[in-house]
Design a protein. Structure first.
Lengths: 474, 313
């Protein structure tokens, strides 16, 4: 693909400034690049002092790194956003309906829209959840939908994050940093606020409390601990909501409730926003070696004594093999055509698809069905011969473990470099809150940017950075 | 508040206090070494002892030298009481209790850690030592200032204060434990060159030379120094002052929670029975025995606080 094929969100394909960037561009032209360079350094200092760091898996435990922040905002018009958010809401409704269905009557399987083995043989499917009724029928209280863009009105869903999506603290801190550094920009542009997210999150979680909860629900955030890569975010959210940040060893089951050990004894919890994976949640019901969970919490949950957000077993909905069925899932449960496109996906478990993928490997992106964080994937067009041969072997050995997608020509947004503005590929993760009281989508989300020229990998663990994301009031 | 959070606050502030105290001990040792002729090995050994860093040091060194002792106490990661280890532990605990402390306190703690980590990345030369120690002092003072200025006076603050004063009392008691003999009535002529240096060491270790002169004039009676460090209620590092503060904060906690636990009675007991008498009774009891007894009581108190407020279970 040549550069002319790539849609730049500031300059389009033809180099003409797009409307949402008009005010920003006028400001930028009047700025001294030296001042901006100093601001870029100042931003980094702010992040270090606040401690917005993440730990990189596979490195020494003590190592904390900053996710690079780029000061050029990504700007989306109000109209573009409205269209997007309708699609996101539809998709999230369908995901929740799908989760309810597969843990109850499995109508979608009976209707022949999804093969039975996609569910029963899927390691993300939790038999312990069959017949369980979460409060208000909500499974995914917090969802992150990863989107990519290829043209003015063309958005694709790359991936649904229905387990424990992370990154929302960066969305909030990026905005906070921009407000501190460039207050004048916010006077010149009417940017929709994101700062209400913690308040909305708390309301949404409280509204999801078990039906029997009498008074103001007690909410807590469950973290694996300070060595987890997203610990900063866990502490940040607990702090912003004004609730306790607990670890497994702070909790135990007391009189049929999950309770936290306080300085004055055990206090029951109504809603647990857990940032611990299913497998580690309850050593009695799942991985018996887990030190991170609470023995017996699943029994309390099944009896309706606590809300776990997100519900255990939601991973089945963001599995990459299930992803390929999302258009059918949306249609089946909403009766509408999907408003958001899926990226065409070949399921390598199907012989015809596998044959096609093997023949066209150098043009495709191959991903592990359960992978995340950009690990274990192949990007055909930039891969070496050795990598291609390796993946060919992997695909033949375990075809069911992989899916393949075409390499999309992802949109770019400029970043600030020594040489001025320079386009880089981006994606977008909007955050969605779901409760029995309704669905709320924060305008914007987390924009991740591949800092290396031409690179398509935006993951922070692979050298990606982030940007503030603006949705304008039209 | 979570028991774990109380634990984290208690230790965060103990470690901050410890970092500051160790820096002060190094400063004292360095100062004494500069103003004294001959071998300073004994002096550095007693500094190591006071900083509870002797065993670890001996296991890794053949002899006590100034450079090695300073490096061990300042930046060695194998020494859990070194300034660097203490600040890293304070920050680790601060990360754990992020939701309980204000942004100002967190940023001051994180800033102190980052600043000092950079300064201590390499061995510190003798020339740079004073400014490095000065930075450590002012950085920890910033955390204290942010704590006073921005934290609510509630149970969170109480645990922070209890940690601070327990560590401080322990530090003053250890100084006395190592140096008690120079405060005993001796056969040597009082006011000799050696004693003067020793007494100055003690006062410097608690940043109290000026305070002592202000309170007791220019006499150099070792009894006054003992009284000052043990019983003086005006002196913010004396055992009596620290014990009073602990008892006060534990009293606020008891009132707040509507329950008076065992640890409160223990703190009250230490204050009433050990730190309310005059200095003669302390000498009658035996200075060294007295100090050892107080150290043991502080230890028991710390353990009882852990139990009463469910730090671990």
């Amino acid at each position: 693909m040549s550069d002319g094929d790539i849609f730049d969100e500031m300059r389009g394909r033809d180099g003409v400034l797009r409307a949402p960037y008009a005010a920003f561009n006028a400001w930028f032209d009047g700025e001294d690049p030296r001042r901006l360079r100093a601001k870029q350094r100042e931003a980094e200092e702010l992040f270090r002092l606040t401690g917005i760091t993440f730990n990189v898996y596979g490195r020494s435990e003590a190592e904390e790194r900053l996710i690079p922040f780029d000061i050029i905002p990504r700007i989306i018009s109000g109209a573009e956003w409205q269209k997007l958010s309708r699609g996101i809401e539809q998709r999230v409704r369908a995901i929740n309906a799908f989760l309810y269905d597969i843990y109850h009557r499995q109508e979608i399987v009976k209707a022949g829209r999804i093969p039975e083995e996609m569910i029963s043989r899927n390691s993300a499917f939790l038999p312990q959840m069959i017949g369980v009724n979460p409060a208000g029928g909500v499974y995914t209280h917090i969802v992150g939908i990863d989107l990519v863009r290829t043209g003015p009105g063309e958005f694709y869903v790359l991936e649904d994050n229905a387990r424990t999506p992370s990154g929302v603290s960066y969305m909030l801190e990026n905005r906070e940093t921009m407000l501190q550094m460039f207050p004048e920009l916010f006077a010149q542009n009417r940017v929709q606020p994101v700062q209400n997210y913690p308040r909305d999150l708390l309301r949404s979680l409280a509204a999801s409390a078990p039906e029997a909860t009498m008074s103001q629900p007690t909410v807590a955030v469950l973290t694996p601990g300070i060595y987890n890569s997203a610990y900063f975010e866990h502490a940040f959210l607990a702090d912003q909501m004004g609730v306790e940040l607990v670890e497994g060893h702070d909790l135990r089951v007391v009189d049929g409730r999950v309770a936290m050990r306080t300085t004055q004894g055990y206090t029951p919890i109504d809603v647990l926003y857990r940032r611990v994976d299913d497998d580690f949640l309850d050593p009695l019901n799942f991985n018996p070696d887990s030190q991170l969970g609470v023995p017996g919490i699943m029994d309390v949950y099944r009896a309706g004594g606590i809300t776990i957000a997100n519900a255990p077993g939601t991973g089945i909905a963001d599995d990459k093999a299930i992803y390929s069925y999302m258009p059918e899932i949306v249609e089946f449960y909403t009766g509408e055509r999907p408003l958001l496109e899926n990226v065409p996906t070949w399921r390598c478990s199907e012989p015809e698809a596998l044959a096609y993928v093997l023949d066209n490997l150098d043009e495709l992106v191959v991903k592990e069905v359960h992978g995340s964080g950009g690990y274990g994937m192949l990007i055909g067009p930039t891969a070496t011969k050795k990598d291609l041969a390796l993946f060919r072997r992997k695909l033949k050995a375990r075809p069911g473990n992989y899916i393949a997608q075409p390499t999309l020509s992802l949109s770019t947004v400029p970043i600030f470099t020594r040489a001025g503005l320079s386009p880089r590929h981006v994606d977008l993760r909007p955050f969605v809150l779901v409760s029995p009281a309704g669905i709320k989508i924060t305008p914007g989300g987390l924009t991740r940017v591949a800092l290396k020229k031409g690179s398509l990998v935006v993951n922070s663990s692979q050298g990606g950075g982030t940007k503030d994301t603006w949705v304008l009031e039209d | 508040m979570l028991g774990k959070t109380a634990n984290g606050l208690f230790w965060m502030f103990r470690y901050l206090e410890r970092a500051e105290n160790t820096a002060r001990l190094i400063e004292t040792g360095q100062r004494i070494a500069l103003t004294r002729l001959g071998s300073t090995e004994d002096e550095w050994r007693s500094v190591l002892q006071t900083a509870a860093a002797c065993d670890g040091y001996d296991a890794r060194h053949d002899a006590v030298t100034k450079d090695a002792a300073i490096d061990w106490m300042l930046r060695n990661k194998d020494n859990p009481a070194s300034v660097m280890s203490s600040l890293a532990a304070a920050r680790q605990n601060a990360r754990m209790v992020r939701t309980a402390i204000t942004h100002e306190v967190w940023e001051a703690t994180n800033g102190a850690y980052m600043n000092v980590r950079d300064l201590l990345a390499r061995k510190v030369s003798e020339r740079d030592l004073p400014s490095v120690l000065g930075t450590i002092r002012s950085r920890t003072a910033l955390v204290r200032g942010a704590t006073h200025g921005t934290m609510l006076r509630n149970d969170i603050y109480d645990f922070a204060r209890i940690g601070t004063f327990l560590e401080r009392a322990d530090n003053t008691a250890r100084i006395l434990d190592v140096k008690y003999y120079v405060l005993l009535p001796s056969v040597m002529a009082v006011g000799s060159e050696v004693d003067n240096v020793q007494w100055e060491t003690i006062l410097r270790s608690v940043s109290a030379r000026g305070g002592f002169r202000m309170a007791y004039g220019s006499t150099s009676d070792p009894r006054d120094i003992a009284r000052f460090l043990i019983l003086d209620k005006r002196m913010p590092r004396s055992l009596a002052f620290c014990a009073r503060k602990m008892r006060d904060n534990m009293g606020y906690l008891a009132a707040d929670y509507g329950k008076r636990p065992r640890s409160f009675s223990m703190a009250d007991h230490i204050e009433r029975h050990y730190l309310s008498y005059d200095i003669d009774s302390v000498f009658d009891y035996g200075l060294h025995q007295f100090i050892q007894r107080v150290i043991a009581l502080l230890d028991e108190l710390a353990r009882q606080i852990e139990i009463d407020y469910r730090f671990y279970e």
